[in-house]
Design a protein around this ligand. Structure first.
Ligand code: PGA
Length: 262
């Protein structure tokens, strides 16, 4: 089944750049280079200290702002955390949840589940990251992804699935310069959809967008969209290079049109 969504390209800046000045420069370079189009949704998830300034710069642009994580409690004695009402109050409308770099630092399945449950009570879009650390010939990586999905989605109501995006990000592909093949990505998309159907029923499948992340560069985008049937991309390293990021958006715009209906 081919999924039909408007494409989504999200830049995950991670812990970059190191100053507000550099963040503004990078953001403006992307804003200036964006194609005049309304099809592809473009979002950037910068480090939180830059959000307010970038929200000002994004005000009249088509760039949406995302956060790289959220704590599932609104306020209280939780040093170092940031809550959903805080993010909403500075104009964030997308949040990445369960990125492998946070899982590696101890983020638990329960925290991911609770973050998605909290987000599902709002109008903010959740981008849930799933992916195996390694591929094996026996296909155990499928059960890794299945467990991540079942656990993370346990408290998300079906009616909120249209605000859920799943980013398939094989950990071995992140920052390695090695992308998953479009064929492998397509198989994983079908598998993710199968799990969604088991959890929520077949009618849930078209509600959920599925992105690919892991060493995305412009050169691989066409095949990942057409053969891989991805609905877009979560881009790390290449989102820090405005020309490359804009090429990814342009290529998504061109090839996403072949499959998108709305
Ligand atoms: P990468 O990162 O594009 O640098 O591989 C992707 C991600 O971690 O979201």
């Amino acid at each position: 089944m081919s999924q039909q969504h408007t494409p989504l390209v999200v830049g995950n800046w991670k812990l970059n750049p190191t100053t507000l000045e550099a963040a503004k420069k990078l953001f403006l370079a992307v804003r200036t280079g964006l194609p005049r189009t309304t099809l592809t949704t473009v979002a950037i998830a910068p480090p939180l200290p830059f959000i307010t300034e970038l929200a000002r710069l994004s005000a009249r642009s088509r760039i949406q702002l995302g956060a790289q994580s959220v704590f599932p409690v609104n306020s209280g004695a939780h040093t170092g955390e940031v809550s959903l009402p805080m993010l909403e109050s500075v104009g964030i409308n997308m949040v990445i949840v369960g990125h492998s770099e946070r899982r590696a630092r101890g983020l638990t399945n329960e925290e991911i589940r609770d973050a998605l449950a909290t987000l599902s009570k709002s109008t903010v879009t959740s981008i849930l990251c799933v992916g195996e650390t390694k591929r094996d010939k026996e296909g155990h990586y499928y059960s890794v992804v299945e467990n991540q999905l079942r656990s993370a989605l346990a408290l998300v109501p079906k009616v909120k699935l249209n605000r859920l995006v799943i980013a398939y990000e094989p950990v071995w592909a992140i920052g390695s310069g090695k992308q998953a093949t479009p064929e492998d990505v397509y198989e994983m998309k079908l598998f993710i959809q199968k799990v969604i159907a088991q959890l929520f029923g077949r009618s849930a499948i078209p509600k959920v967008r599925i992105l690919y992340g892991g060493s995305v560069v412009a050169a691989g985008v066409e095949d990942l969209l057409t053969v891989g049937q991805m609905d877009g991309f979560l881009v790390g390293g290449a989102s820090l290079k405005p020309k490359e990021f804009i090429s990814i958006i342009n290529s998504t715009e061109k090839n996403g049109k072949k499959t998108a209906k709305n």
